[in-house]
Design a protein around this ligand. Sequence first.
Ligand code: ASP
Length: 608
Amino acid sequence: MCGDLRSTDAGQTVTLMGWVNRRRDHGNLIFLDLRDRSGITQVVLDKEAAPLAHAKAEAARPEYVVAVTGRVRVRGAGLANPNMPTGEIEVVASDLLLLNDAKTPPFSPAEDAPVNEEVRLKYRYIDLRRTEMQHNFALRSRVAMAIRNYLVGQGFLEIETPFMTRSTPEGARDYLVPSRVHGGQFYALPQSPQIFKQILMVSGFDRYFQIARCFRDEDLRADRQPEFTQIDLEMSFPQMATIFATTEGFLRAAFAAAGITLSAEPFIQMTYDQAVTKFGTDKPDMRLPALVDLSDVLTPTLREALKIEQRLPVLAIVIPKTGILSATARKAMQSETRAFFGESGLDVLDVVRLALSENPDFQGLAAKIKSRVDAELISFFGSLDPEIPNTVAVITPKLGTPPKWNHDPQWIYKRVGALRLDLAKKFADKHKLFEQTQTASDFKFLWVTDFPMYEWNEEHKTWDAAHHPFTSPHEDDITSGKLTSDKGAVRALAYDIVLNGTELGSGSIRIHRKDVQQQIFRSLGMSDEEAHARFGFFLDALEYGTPPHGGIALGLDRIVMILAGATSLREVIAFPKTAKAIDLMVDAPTPVSEQQLRELSLKVVTRS
Ligand code: ASP
């Protein structure tokens, strides 16, 4: 192939087929750079030695498809190109066939991607010819294969589940498929294989996996696609630890396929509560120091003096290695922070002013804050670098700040956690903690466990399942009656795997008893009739000998995106949709004919 030849091949006669990447015409000598997915080889056409081939090369243009036969020769002294793997050789053509011509493409695959992504998506076949894209999809294929091999090696069976099914419970909107045979009735495309994989456990398959397409009709954020791919698995009789070890195993295999050796140490684990109180989020970015809890340092007397609400947390964010901020930069940061918190009641404490104050209590407070912050920096970096100053933002609740927000007593941690990320992004150039070296040290994994079972839906004023309604609550929280008395406090046997502040996947130990499942449906405000209508088949299945089971699903697209060092899922999905859910290449969605609508018993009504 075009990327294969080396100086050790000199003297051989070869035939290469590919696309003209670039063409340089020096009169008697024409150079064609021939490209296929493996790379590029320089082909030389000499008018004297091969007049026919040379004449054809005169007609060749970029992106023509050609076949060349010729001899491999080591390039002359000083002419080697060290930037190309084939740079030491060239092929001296004896024959050239023009297999197909090409219109001048809207952009050249030989160059960097055009800025306008719509052009790339419309002409995706040309965009995919670019080296970077070829690399991304070769990587994706290797990663998927590594995961398959690993799981099959662990005794998993890959089993396909249907695309045309009924509504599944991941909580997003369904894509619907109208039935022609049953006019007025619809299949739904699966939001995940959740119910099917659980039923496969009831069926005795014990270890299932699938690299499965999922469909969710959500308003698309930058990093979402209406259809995406999950590495989906389910196991019977698992301990949580079994699921964690399996997931870590296939992730190590996936990373190895990208040339990154992750350590064999198990990933760290923390509970949801620990994650929220230490990092202000359920998906902590462990590349940054934790929040520093100053609640006890702010004694009741100090709180009174500084007009800080008693009993609510006081938290500090430390941004490493910013250098000393000028007074103006400090003021700007303070007012941006106040704007960030809006009317919530949260405020910033000016520690620099405290330290300079005449009041010894305030000076003492400033010293204590410093020593707490230093302790966090030492635990994060292993030592303290006194040479490079850090910036600290202390966040205090003003008098009257509410202890709960939307039924959430941890809202202060979460708001401060969001600011921690915001500031870390702003100062990324200084602390360099987000810099990618493409080694294992770039990747900070962790498990977050014990998620809340329910989440308050302010819009509908209901408690919804935080994961999905098949997740098992903690046994203790069922027996203590919290399912009805204190939904906000019920913990679930649910877990997330998090990498560098993004959720890669989530899963849970499932409910395997019908009575518990019914109880959960009821606690979600679903009547027995409604539960039966939606999930009757599943409730029935639970009664025929269901083993304890659990599983997880991870986003393959996101994993490949991270491994490719790409910034958008669209870089690793061959034919993605835009943020408006449009496929610009095939131009979908489209209206359909009256005839098709009639067959499907459908009528289109324009929504006002
Ligand atoms: N089906 C779940 C999801 O897609 C994952 C799981 O619980 O296994 O989020």
